[in-house]
Write a protein that binds this ligand. Structure first.
Ligand code: 3PG
Length: 410
């Protein structure tokens, strides 16, 4: 970004890809942003550009609409929040590259920001067809007029080969935003010679979402701590009964393979030894703590559901994290949205906060995990870095090529 600022942006229209994909709650038409972390994270670049006199056009997505406008996926609530926080003028176009966007872009003055409506309202944004994406990218670029530039600051979307992330970059002088740079720098520190012990904590519901990252971390991480819904596939792979808990039968062989290979690879799996087993999936469900290898031995028998790791496991995970010099965490340990099943996630968050204070590098990856830690009352300073990208940071750790980064390098 500094390179672009040195060239000078006064009077130029700069297209910025931001990640404003924030969680909303409420009923239409009064949806409200529940976690504004991503909006805050996109402000510094917008500030730098507006202060330097650029007219900034922001492209962003929200949710996964099916290529047509849908009110519940409008960026309007996110833009309202952005305006409250910004300290510069923020206008909103009611379409992406239509009349509203064109007129407002034309009239945009130096030091102001225009946010386009959700780019995914146009089916060409996410199209697999190169020509379709190209035609959309051309329309987006036309909004800048003469002498435009492109800044990619949407780390959360760099793993998407979408028009506003990938194709626009080859049509304008393209620059990396400070947020993308900061995220990539920290992930590089995790993957290139991390200070050891390097502990990775993985949670979330599905093991199938984490296969590639586990595969790539075997041999790199010293310990892999597993919690969340995915743990039941691990417990079942070890031959334990898991009642009615989430189980991905089709992944059992793969997980058995990981468990068998781990020791030789130099990575130790740490699985919970106790589980909070509930009667049903509900905030007020009856529950009890059972040994992880005897989940069905309690009151709820084979109909019990594991909804959190138990207190012994929380304490054991905290000890592992306390000994680490580098920690990456993605995915909650249980159904933290329900108070009764939030203790495991809290214990891990607290242990990371203490490890940060003791000088370890601690990285929380992901939209959901980031929202979870903020929702549990932890602030940014409790961790070395809270990533704004869930899928993007995982794909980085998987060692995959990220189209948004490739496009900038090119
Ligand atoms: C995210 O929420 O991880 C990013 O904003 C990307 O969203 P997507 O997974 O819908 O592409």
């Amino acid at each position: 970004l500094d390179e672009l600022l040195n060239e000078g942006v006064r009077g130029r229209r700069v297209l910025v890809r931001s990640d404003l994909n924030v969680p909303l709650e409420g009923d239409l038409p009064t949806l409200r942003v529940t976690d504004d972390g991503r909006i805050r994270a996109s402000l510094p670049v917008l500030r730098k550009l507006t202060e330097a006199g650029a007219a900034v056009i922001v492209m962003a997505h929200l949710g996964r609409p099916k290529g047509a406008p849908e009110e519940k996926y409008s960026l309007k609530p996110a833009v309202d929040r952005l305006s409250e926080l910004a300290g510069f003028d923020v206008a909103f176009a009611e379409d992406v590259t239509g009349d509203s966007a064109r007129e407002r872009a034309q009239a945009l003055s130096e030091g102001s920001v225009l946010v386009l409506e959700n780019v995914r309202f146009d089916p060409r944004e996410t199209s697999k067809d190169d020509a379709e994406r190209a035609s959309f990218a051309d329309e987006l670029v036309q909004l800048t007029g003469e002498n435009g530039a492109y800044v990619d600051d949407a780390f959360g979307a760099v793993h998407r080969k979408h028009a506003s992330v990938y194709d626009v970059a080859s049509r304008l002088p393209a620059y990396q935003g400070d947020l993308v740079k900061a995220e990539v720098d920290v992930l590089q520190r995790l993957t290139t010679d991390p200070e050891r012990p390097f502990v990775v904590v993985l949670g979330g519901s599905k093991v199938s979402d984490k296969l590639a990252v586990i595969e790539n971390l075997l041999g790199t991480a010293d310990r892999l701590l597993i919690g969340g819904g995915m743990v039941f596939t691990f417990l079942a792979a070890q031959g334990h009964q898991v009642g009615s808990s989430l189980l991905e039968e089709d992944q059992l062989d793969t997980v058995r393979g990981y468990l068998a290979r781990a020791r030789e690879a130099g990575t130790e799996f740490v699985l919970p030894t106790d589980i909070v087993v509930a009667e049903k999936f509900a905030p007020d469900a009856g529950h009890e703590i059972r040994p992880a290898d005897a989940m069905e031995s309690g009151e709820f028998g084979s109909s019990g559901l594991g909804l959190d790791i138990g207190p012994d496991s929380g304490a054991a995970f905290a000890r592992e994290i306390g000994q680490a010099r580098t920690v990456f965490w993605n995915g909650p340990m249980g159904v933290f949205e329900f108070d009764a099943f939030a203790a495991g996630t809290k214990a891990v968050a607290q242990a990371l906060a203490e490890a940060t204070a003791a000088g370890a590098l601690t990285v929380v990856g992901g939209g959901d995990s980031a929202a979870a830690v903020r929702g549990l009352g932890f602030d940014e300073s409790s961790f070395s870095h809270i990533s704004t990208g869930g899928g993007a940071s995982l794909e980085y750790l998987e060692g995959k090529e990220l189209p948004g980064l490739t496009a900038l390098q090119r």
